[in-house]
Every structure is written in C-alpha cells, then in structure tokens.
Design a protein around this ligand. Structure first.
Ligand SMILES: C[S@@+](CC[C@H](N)C(=O)[O-])C[C@H]1O[C@@H](n2cnc3c(N)ncnc32)[C@H](O)[C@@H]1O
Length: 430
C-alpha cells in the first residue's frame, strides 16, 4: 500500500477549491458560495459558469481543453491567487480531481451529489454493488461489455459514446435502460427505454445511463435493485447479484462436470477448462465467444470472471441458459450453425472454439480477436488449425492434456482413471 500524502496544512498558498455542481438540484452550500466570493480565478464549463455567482472582475477560464486551464491554475496557485474549479457531481468520481493531483496541485474538494447517485435516486433504486464505468475520453467497448456482463451498471457518457451507441451494442441482450439528461437542472429529463429505443434517438450531453438486467418489456416497470427486492413487474433475472466480477467467484472455477447439466461428451473437462479459461483472459470489459458451447461451461466460467459472453450452439436443447442461470451469470445464447451465425455478432476480444471445423476457425480468425483457444480431440485437425492461425497472424502455442483422475477401488484402494487426451491450442496476437 502506498503511503498517503499529507493533507495540505494551514500555511502556504491556498489549495485549489474543486466545487461539485449538484446533480440532485440542490443549491450551492455556504462553503461553496464563500469560495466563489473569495476567488481570483474560476475555471469551469460554460454551463457551470453560467449557473454560479461569479463576482464581477474575477478571471474565468471556460473549459474546453483541460491542459491550458491546469496551467492557468498552477500559475494562480504559485502566485497565491485563490482559485476555484467547477465540476459536475462528485469531482473525485471520474472527474477533474485526478488531473489536478497529477499536476501536483493541492485541492480542497467540496463534492456534491454525483450524476450516478442522482440517476439511481431518480430510478428509485438502491445501487449497492452497482458498477460505475466511463466512456468519457475512452474506448466504448469495455463500458459496453460491462453492461452486457452485469445486472446493474452506470455509464458516464460522452458525445458519440452514449445511450444511442450503447443501446445499439446491447441489441440481443435483455436489458432496460434509464437515460438521465441534464440532471439537477431545469432541463432535466429521465427516460426509460429499451436498448433498441435508445439506439434510435439522439440524447443531450451530458447524460448518464443506467443499464439494468431484465426483459425489455419491463422497461416501464419498477426494476429491482442489484441486490435488493424486485419491484412490481421487475426483477434482475438470473444473474449474479453481487455484481462484483473483479473478485474471484466464490465457488471458484474449473468446476467439476457435475456442476453443469450436460450430455457426457458435450462438456469440456475440468482440467482442460482450467487451461482454456486462463488462456482466454476473461475479465470485466472483455467480450468472449464460446463457439460450440455444449453445456456452456467455458463461457459460464468466463462470465463468472467478469466477461460478457455469447454462447453459440446449434442444438436448441443444449442446457447453456439453464446452466448459466444455475451459476447466476448472464450469458447470451445464440442458437444456430457456425460459421453462418457468427456474422451478425459483435466483435469478440477472445474466442473459445470447442466445436466446429476449419470453416469456423477461419471465420473466427477473420474477426481478429486477440486470443483464440481451440480444443481438438482429432489429431488430424491439429496441424491445419495451427497453420490457419499462424497464417492469420497469431502466435500459436499448444499442449496435449491427458488427465488421469483418482478413482476408488474396492477395499479402500485408489487407482487412476484416464480421461480422453485433448490438444489445447492458443493463438494470441501481440
Ligand atoms: C467527467 S464525468 C464526471 C462525473 C461527475 N464527477 C459526477 O459525479 O457526476 C462527466 C459525465 O458525467 C455525467 N454527468 C455529469 N453531470 C451530469 C448531469 N448533470 N446530468 C447527467 N449526467 C451528468 C455525464 O455522463 C458526463 O458525460
């Protein structure tokens, strides 16, 4: 653990006051008004500057780009000029505090109600355990995959990375969305929509999005909290309620085959699954395809470790959804024949190919996931698979696994019982 820096003392230039603008619409409290009244420099977005009393003659910087504003703040601080930064909600939550600290500026933070807290309050939901992600200034993919994986996610958005784009990416997942625009202002608007409806509309900046598990036709009903009781017509469905995929799953992984409903040959054995899941690098923010899912055990264990998962299986009677529900994870099941059915799916970060021929592997490699893991029982398929992956730019490693399991003998002795050998190939891109 790193040693915390000492808090700023009473001597020296005053710290930069970072003042949160309340997303619940409460007026500025007296300490905030006092900081503004005594400021020599006030920095903030135009909408924030317009919403506070700026004393006559005080220098202001309208954001925009943060770097020149931070330089102005540093100069003001060095000169002993009291400075105030206006920011939204809690400035310590994906906000300006990090940038000011990175510039070695001491800060005094006066937080207000965050847009995330206000949105959950507007929805009338608890948010114990909900995950907060941001698409602000980052790639959309990890935030979108968190919404695909988890039952309660709040997304801080940016223009072109907001409710419309996330709604489009959630097509095929059972989700209801709450979009909260301009919270805490006269222009506030809170709308409950399906992903499809969100994708078809334009949304104002700023807005925050809540993505909640549940059937799309529950969009108008009171949804359940991530850890709480369902409201009328709501319910988060059969998904992991602790919403904490960054932690190792309580029951572990590489679970025995008895943890899944399966037909005997249609499950990846625990020893092989341990290696396959490790090689796929499942975690929050990634999307994994489990192609030829069978029982779904590989995809389900990826979901237990936080990944969004699509299980592709041609047999409509395969027990993937049932197994996912048993393990409390949300796996999207796509029933159909690979490779044809893969064409309509969102691009994966990693793919497990437990079933299908060379044509499936070709289609998978064409989508350029960073990892491909293949299990093969038939030896004649190993060399073509290696060559195919290498030709597609993957570095390929492989091993043959042949577990011999303890089995009881009469009289209290034990023997070894062989399981069928399998070759596990991993293709990875740098
Ligand atoms: C850089 S983040 C800052 C979040 C902020 N620290 C908070 O606690 O609300 C900016 C994003 O917060 C969300 N946001 C901030 N203020 C908002 C408001 N009044 N209404 C809706 N969303 C808001 C939007 O998603 C916006 O793009």
């Amino acid at each position: 653990m790193t040693r915390p820096e000492p808090l700023p003392g009473p001597t020296g230039p005053p710290p930069v006051v970072v003042l949160g603008m309340d997303a619940a619409g409460r007026p500025l409290p007296p300490p905030a008004l006092a900081a503004l009244a005594g400021a020599g420099l006030i920095v903030g977005a135009a909408r924030h500057l317009a919403a506070v009393p700026v004393p006559a003659g005080v220098d202001t910087v309208t954001l925009g780009a943060l770097a020149p504003a931070v330089a102005r703040l540093a100069a003001a601080h060095a000169a002993g000029v009291p400075a105030v930064v206006l920011a939204s909600g809690d400035p310590g939550l994906f906000g300006v505090v990090r940038r000011l600290r990175a510039a070695a500026l001491p800060v005094r933070v006066l937080p207000a109600v965050s847009s995330v807290a206000a949105a959950f309050a507007r929805a009338g939901l608890d948010w114990d355990g909900a995950v907060v992600v941001t698409a602000h200034g980052r790639e959309l993919g990890p935030a979108l995959n968190a919404c695909r994986a988890l039952p309660a996610v709040a997304v801080l958005t940016a223009p072109d990375a907001g409710a419309a784009e996330i709604g489009a990416g959630l097509a095929g997942w059972s989700r209801r969305l709450l979009v909260a625009e301009h919270l805490g202002t006269p222009a506030e608007r809170v709308t409950r929509v399906t992903p499809e409806q969100a994708a078809g509309r334009r949304w104002a900046d700023p807005h925050v999005l809540l993505s909640l598990a549940g059937a799309a036709d529950d969009a108008g009903a009171t949804p359940a909290g991530p850890g709480g009781a369902a409201g009328s017509g709501g319910g988060v469905g059969p998904v992991r309620r602790d919403n904490q995929p960054a932690a190792a799953p309580a029951a572990g992984w590489a679970l025995p085959e008895s943890a899944y409903r399966h037909r005997d040959s249609m499950i990846t054995k625990a020893e092989v699954r341990a290696l396959a899941v490790a090689r796929l690098r499942p975690r929050l923010g990634r999307l994994v395809w489990d192609v030829g899912a069978g029982s779904g055990s590989v995809g389900i264990e990826c979901a237990l470790l936080g990944a969004a998962v699509i299980a592709v299986e041609k047999d409509p009677a395969a027990p993937v959804a049932d197994n996912a529900a048993r393990h409390g994870v949300d796996v999207r099941v796509v029933t159909g024949d690979a490779p044809a059915v893969l064409a309509g799916l969102p691009d994966p970060d990693a793919v497990f190919v437990g079933g299908g021929g060379t044509d499936v592997l070709t289609a998978v490699a064409d989508r350029s996931p960073d990892r491909v893991v293949v299990t093969l029982a038939a030896l004649d398929r190993v060399a073509p698979a290696v060559h195919l992956l290498r030709a597609a730019g993957y570095t390929v490693t492989g091993s043959q696994l042949a577990a011999a399991r303890l089995a009881d003998l009469p009289g209290g002795s034990v023997r070894l019982a062989a399981t069928n050998p399998v070759v596990v190939l991993t293709g990875e891109r740098p």
